[in-house]
Structures are given as structure tokens and as C-alpha cells.
Design a protein around this ligand. Structure first.
Ligand SMILES: *Cc1c(COP(=O)(O)O)cnc(C)c1O
Length: 349
């Protein structure tokens, strides 16, 4: 973060480890992770597997690697992955599924990133020799470009059931699955029934500097380990990082609700601003978008004016900005950011 940014709402990745987290990291028990000798990493994997209701889990450097390894395990070259058109796996991972697994996407248009079992079924290929083989359906909890929307557990369960009926594996990109669970007050595992793979990011709302954990059946995780090595994701004393994850699951989980309240506060404060549309109408978690078309101003220009006031928002397109709340942006800071936005868009007098 450059020094003149005082309030950074570009992403929930823009956090620094707290003093408590750093203390947990420096006192971690460690060993060689590649040799299964790092007890803290093993403990984190067991904790996440339990949390997500899966048999086993593996620690990885990033969420992107979790998605890519899941596709590498599930797919053979030429297979097809069905997902929302605004999904991170489709648009924000360097075409990894195509480049690494040799898989292609078939996408479903949605506003909020959520589709039901019928929409999924309509996107399936007829099982002909000339068709791509539909192999995986991927859901994103919460939806990032969909404005932090939450897939209801029953929608996910129905999707996984329908996928199984057609012989597809179901996968959850759970970068912010814990935001959903906290907001709904449900067990994280309630979302994963019938899913072959699911992961959570430690470096988003949980406030860790690095890390993600991919979970699935014992057999799936065994296969995932081959790819972890092959892609260079097998680590050494990763316990220092895993300790941050364990600390975050203990201390930073319930407080995600504050991020959601703060995102709703931002939405409320800018709601009446002329020329600005807030998406979604009902902010559920920690992400919202501002459509600035009606201001007649370019989002990058607004962003520069905001930066001059020490506030950074995301610029998604010339007409769309993104706001993401997190643990390093307390309520007063979010309020100040919204006020700065208002002063830039509609200067008084
Ligand atoms: C951030 C994100 C990812 C990728 O995670 P990294 O840890 O940044 O690699 C994947 N999916 C979604 C929905 C995300 O928001």
C-alpha cells in the first residue's frame, strides 16, 4: 500500500497481520511441509477439513492455486467447466483452466453470479462424441463480481445433486465462503453437501498475509498433492503461515459480520448520491459496486480525486467502482471513505 493511502477499500486482501497474529506466527511449531513434518500446517488442514465437512485438506499458497489444482484433478484436456460468466475462475485466473488443465468453460449469464440446477442443466452438452465432455460445475461463495451475493445452502445442494446425476463433479470457489456462513449464521459445512472440492482463502477477510486451504475426499487430496508438487506449491516451514490461519479462524471469523455491517453503512451513506447506483440493492456481505455512469465522470478520474483524499476504491471499468470492507478498515474509516466519495462526486456549493 503506498504511504498516502489512508483508507484502502480496493480489496479485503489489503490487510496486514495484527500483533496477535504475528505473535502466533513467530511461535509456531514447524517442520518440512513436503515431508508432512510440519505439525502446524497439518493442524490447519485438519481444522479446515472439519469446518468444511470434508475428509481431508491441503494447504496451498493461494486461492488461484486451489481452483487450478481442483480443475487439474477433475478434468482431462477437452473437458468443459460450467460456471457463471462473471466467475473469478473464468475471468481472473489467467485462463489457467485452459492453459493448465486443458479445460474450457461454458458460462451462464447472471447478475449476481448465482444460478440454479435448471440453468446448470440447460448449459450441459448433449452426450455426443463430438461434444465437449461436461465435467465440472463451479460455484463461487460469495460471488465476487456478483456483489458479494450468497448462494443459499439448498441451491448449492440441489446443484451438486443435479451435477452428480449427470456425472459431473461439483466444485466451490469458497474465497469468501466464511463471509457467507457468518452472515447467515450457519455452519460452513452446510454449503458443501455433495461437493467434490471446496476451498477457503486465508488472505481475504480473515486477514492472513498468505494462504488458502483446499478440501475434498481423501482420494481427491491425494491427487491434489501431485499437482501441488508439480506446480511448485509444496512448501517447507509453512507452519509460520499456517499459524496465521489457525489464529484467524479463532479470532477473525465472527468479526466478519462487522465488515458486512460496514459495507451496508457505505451503501446507505452513498445511496441518495445523484448519478450513482449501488449494486447490489441489498448488500449482503463485504462487497459492493458503484455504477457512476449517471455522474458523467470516468471511474478512474473519480478514483484519482479520491486518492488525493487518501481513499482508494477499486476501478472495475470506466463506469464501475468496487468497495470491499475488511478488518483493517474500521467503521469510522468506512464512514470517512463514503464521505470522501460523496465530496468528490457531488462537491458542496
Ligand atoms: C481472490 C479470489 C480468488 C483467488 O484467490 P487468491 O488467493 O487471490 O489467488 C478466487 N476466487 C475468488 C472469488 C476470489 O475473490
Amino acid at each position: 500500500m503506498s504511504p498516502h493511502i489512508e483508507i484502502d477499500l480496493i480489496s479485503d486482501t489489503s490487510t496486514r497481520p495484527s500483533a496477535g497474529m504475528l505473535a502466533a506466527m513467530t511461535s509456531a511449531e514447524t517442520g518440512d511441509e513436503q515431508r508432512y513434518e510440519d505439525p502446524t500446517t497439518r493442524a490447519l488442514e485438519a481444522r479446515v477439513a472439519e469446518l468444511l465437512g470434508m475428509e481431508a485438506a491441503v494447504f496451498l499458497p493461494s486461492g488461484t492455486m486451489c481452483n487450478q489444482i481442483a480443475f487439474l484433478v477433475h478434468c482431462r484436456p477437452g473437458d468443459e467447466i460450467i460456471t457463471a460468466a462473471n466467475a473469478h475462475v473464468f475471468g481472473s485466473e489467467g485462463a489457467g483452466a485452459a492453459a493448465l488443465a486443458g479445460a474450457q468453460f461454458r458460462t451462464i449469464e447472471t447478475a449476481d453470479g448465482i444460478f440454479d440446477a435448471d440453468a446448470f442443466e440447460a448449459a450441459l452438452r448433449a452426450p455426443r462424441h463430438r461434444s465437449p465432455r461436461s465435467r465440472v460445475v463451479s460455484a463461487e461463495q460469495t460471488t465476487n463480481r456478483g456483489g458479494g451475493a450468497i448462494w443459499p445452502a439448498h441451491t448449492l445442494t440441489a446443484l451438486a445433486e443435479r451435477a452428480a446425476a449427470h456425472g459431473l463433479a461439483a466444485h466451490i470457489d469458497g474465497a469468501r465462503l466464511l463471509n457467507a456462513a457468518t452472515e447467515e449464521g450457519v455452519a460452513p459445512a452446510s454449503y458443501t453437501t455433495g461437493f467434490a472440492s471446496v476451498w477457503i482463502d486465508l488472505s481475504k477477510g480473515l486477514g492472513c498475509p498468505v494462504g488458502a486451504v483446499l478440501a475434498g475426499s481423501r482420494g481427491f487430496i491425494e491427487e491434489a498433492w501431485f499437482w501441488k508438487h508439480r506446480l511448485g506449491g509444496a512448501l517447507r516451514q509453512s507452519g509460520f503461515l499456517a499459524a496465521a490461519g489457525l489464529y484467524a479462524l479463532r479470532h477473525n471469523l465472527e468479526r466478519l459480520a462487522e465488515d458486512h455491517d460496514n459495507a451496508r453503512l457505505f451503501a446507505r451513506l452513498v445511496a441518495g448520491c445523484p448519478g450513482v447506483q449501488v449494486f447490489p440493492e441489498q448488500v449482503r456481505t463485504n462487497i459492493l459496486f458503484l455504477d457512476v455512469t449517471g455522474t458523467g465522470r470516468d471511474a478512474s478520474e473519480l478514483s484519482r480525486a479520491l486518492m488525493a483524499k487518501g481513499v482508494r476504491l477499486g476501478v472495475e471499468s470506466p463506469t464501475r467502482m468496487r468497495v470491499v470492507t475488511h478488518l483493517d478498515a474500521p467503521r469510522a474509516a468506512v464512514r470517512r471513505a463514503a464521505e470522501a466519495f460523496l465530496s468528490v462526486v457531488a462537491p458542496a456549493g
